[in-house]
Write a protein that binds this ligand. Structure first.
Ligand SMILES: *Cc1c(COP(=O)(O)O)cnc(C)c1O
Length: 340
């Protein structure tokens, strides 16, 4: 029985659901973990996460498919990425098979919150981890919590496929050899000023350049970027300081194997921006959002696909990927994880 919610008009926001998962790390090991109804966390005032931002997260979704199954999309890659992030932040990785089990338990416990097929909404799943004991001198915590909560969400960008405007900011996102390639909370803390400033100036998102040379395109604060060339090739930036988006990696595969398009990961220079015919942001939250315009310090680059609708290839990629997620198209082996 689904909850009585106006699924078609959900925004992208937090809604308290019935259950969440928690496991605690103490004395060098993770406990058995459990489902709880309590959404609040009580922490010591000197908890490492509060003082030194020792925290990381993941984001994925559960969908109701055409034949009414509840599934997740490639959650094994989220489990792996979270373990990689944890190691970079000197946190004990949460075992990957237990990550999958926790996701399954929380979605099952909140099954009534999974939006119906065709509503455009989905159940966003947020696994996260933080250092929980008091730490004064700068060092990693010795106690941690791994948690998973869920919240039903509508589309990330209201208005759906309406193209957005990016600007190339003067702020940097990730230092060479820093933490840009892992999903650390700190990457978001330092992006908040840049995004507020972008919004104040009438832009939807920041298109960051590489911090070292400031000549190459990287990504936005929370999404990777793909471009379509005039020859219908899909290109995406290759860099060691961008977050390896699961959506982007899946789209590159879909472009090649479902649509027969060439898909290339390579360095992309800001100077090349005029050569592309389509551009889109990709990530779990938005799936794929078309970009209509890029502002480079006052110089406007208008994508040929325009400000009215998604480019043709972007639309095909979107339809194919969401078709796979919603059970309308045959998925590649191992991409769909069944919850019930
Ligand atoms: C999470 C995230 C993405 C998107 O990754 P997905 O796995 O596709 O959801 C892209 N960039 C950044 C900086 C992110 O944190």
């Amino acid at each position: 029985m689904a909850k009585d919610i106006d699924w078609g008009n959900l925004g992208f926001g937090y809604m308290k659901t019935d259950y969440r998962y928690v496991s605690e790390y103490k004395n060098g090991k993770w406990d058995d973990g459990a489902i709880t109804a309590d959404e609040n966390i009580v922490l010591n005032e000197c908890a490492c996460v509060l003082q030194y931002a020792q925290t990381c997260f993941e984001g994925l979704k559960a969908y109701r498919t055409k034949d009414n199954k509840v599934v997740c999309f490639r959650p094994d890659l989220n489990a792996k990425r979270m373990a990689d992030t944890a190691k970079r932040l000197e946190m004990p990785p949460f075992p990957e098979e237990r990550f999958l089990d926790a996701v399954k338990k929380v979605v099952k416990a909140n099954i009534e919150w999974v939006p119906p097929y065709g509503s455009g909404a989905s159940l966003y799943i947020r696994p996260y981890m933080f250092g929980s004991n008091a730490v004064m001198g700068v060092k990693p915590a010795t106690e941690y919590q791994f948690r998973v909560f869920v919240s039903p969400v509508g589309p990330y960008f209201k208005g759906g496929a309406k193209p957005i405007t990016l600007r190339i900011p003067d702020f940097d996102r990730a230092a060479p050899r820093g933490t840009g390639h892992v999903k650390a909370g700190l990457n978001y803390a330092m992006s908040l000023h840049a995004i507020v400033d972008a919004h104040n100036n009438g832009f939807n998102e920041n298109m960051y350049l590489d911090s070292k040379t400031r000549t190459k395109v990287e990504e936005t604060g929370g999404a990777n970027i793909i471009f379509v060339t005039k020859d219908n090739e899909i290109v995406t930036p290759k860099s060691s300081t961008i977050l390896p988006s699961i959506t982007r990696r899946s789209l590159m595969y879909v472009a090649e194997h479902y649509l027969g398009l060439k898909a290339t990961e390579r360095e992309i220079y800001a100077e090349e921006l005029n050569d592309f015919k389509e551009c889109a942001l990709c990530g779990t939250a938005a799936v794929l959002s078309p970009v209509g315009k890029i502002n480079d310090h006052g110089k406007e680059i208008l994508l040929p696909s325009g400000m009215e609708k998604s480019g043709e290839i972007t639309q095909k990629l979107y339809d194919t990927l969401t078709g796979i997620q919603m059970g309308r198209l045959e998925p590649p082996k191992g991409w769909i994880f069944e919850i019930n």
